[in-house]
Ligand binder design. Sequence first.
Ligand code: FAD
Ligand code: NAD
Length: 467
Amino acid sequence: MSTYDVAVIGSGPGGYVAAIRCAQLGMKTAIIEKYSTLGGTCLNVGCIPSKALLDSSHHYEDALKHFEEHGIDIPGDVKLNFKKMIERKAGVVDQNVKGISFLMDKNKIDVYEGLGSFKDATHINIASEKETKTIEAKNIIIATGSKPGSLPFIDIDKERVITSTEALSLSEVPKHMIVIGGGVIGLELGQVYRRLGAEVSVVEYMDRILPTMDKAQSKELTKVMKKQGVKFYTSHKVSEVTRKGKEVTIKATDKKDKEVTFTGDYCLVSVGRKPFTEGLKAENAGVKINERGQVEVDEHLQTNVDNIYAIGDVVKGAMLAHKAEEEGVFVAETLAGQKPHINYNLIPGVVYTWPEVASVGKTEEQLTEEGVAFKSGQFPMRALGRSRASGDTDGFVKILCDKETDEILGVHMVGARVADLITEAVTAMEFRASAEDISRMSHAHPTYGEAMKEAALAATDNRPIHM
Ligand code: FAD
Ligand code: NAD
């Protein structure tokens, strides 16, 4: 039987990063993945394919609607080759998953394909089609991720009533896609199909889309996506989803308790994801799973069994690839006797619609609720030379800082490239910068980043230059 210092179950961004860091620190490491490709949700059916389709559909929309204003005439009609778009996406996924296999080889990590399940606290059975093997490991990291959530009355048939996984590989552009849930997946994939010509209706339970982000961001994205033709039905409680042939009918009640019926050809269910531990047999090792289905961990990401840790979507906290990665590094370094740290308040959240939406730290609603005295400075993208040059004038940067000390407490952005821009805010907050610190730093001109400096000037003492 092969023995290891560490065995990681699951090869998503949490698992594969944990395995690499363990190997870098000199531990003999194995990784177990039930699918034939590595990379987990993120690389196979999550972050990467969704961004590939967002980019492709963005190009299509530009060619269709915006090239002309830039003085680019296309002879003949712009035509969509959806099959090719989906094939390109598959190619991008393929390159990325092969990259992870390369990294496993490079770091001399043993890769096992098969379903990993606990035999006991130090032994894992690995069942593949061919055989069942058992390996022994001193330490085990559970990184089994999550799967799409649903509502109790919905039958996900994976053909017409679908999750994000199927929405990333459709064979046709829907005529009318009804999206249940105006969160990250619903908005990103809703925008993809809207750009490709589908009618898109988003039915959201709460009174605004992106309900956990700053209210100003929800408002701005709603405004822009409405202009793009997406229809929003907030404060709607879905009660029934039925399919008949190619038709899907959704019944919901609005805030006045009136029944509303939506009819389309596809229904995307995007109401959140749930932790995945099926088949893991955690009970054989005595590992506690809580009532939310998460593997229960303490502040060291250690389970109730000393040598077993858990990371990523399968534990509490934001279901984000970069959060899972940080936790992978954290556990590897803990096992090596180091004292790592994760600042959970500074894990940024990004929605890759266009304009993009990005956030870090506290929202205005959270600061108000916590009774923190704060100042706010906001600067619109439309006032930037860079935005006018590219034509991306929607959005803003909003900085919230402590009223007394000027320390930045939260930064919330909507606009072109803010997914990249948010890193400046994370860096500033990690070093506990004040808004004045940012306002006194030179920002290259012309860049979208100048909005950060201007918002900082606005937050410090209301003196933006270009407004
Ligand atoms: P996962 O990536 O879910 O990986 C878990 C792996 O464990 C899987 O490969 C699974 O097959 C394997 N596994 C499970 N049980 C076993 C077992 N018993 N034995 C062997 N293997 C097992 N996050 C972002 O930060 N940015 C984005 O842009 C983004 N976009 C997304 C878009 C979509 C459509 C979706 C669905 C998600 C997106 N996410 C994004 C979320 C991101 O994918 C997850 O947060 C991330 O993948 C979590 O990583 P993980 O390692 O915890 O788990
Ligand atoms: P989400 O939590 O972002 O959004 C779910 C939405 O559904 C919420 O707005 C919620 O209010 C709504 N909802 C819940 N129950 C409902 C009901 N009964 N009727 C109508 N609406 C309802 O979840 P998601 O969009 O499914 O994404 C799942 C996870 O994947 C998220 O945790 C997210 O972090 C991750 N993800 C991240 C990215 C990214 O980082 N860009 C992209 C995609 C997914």
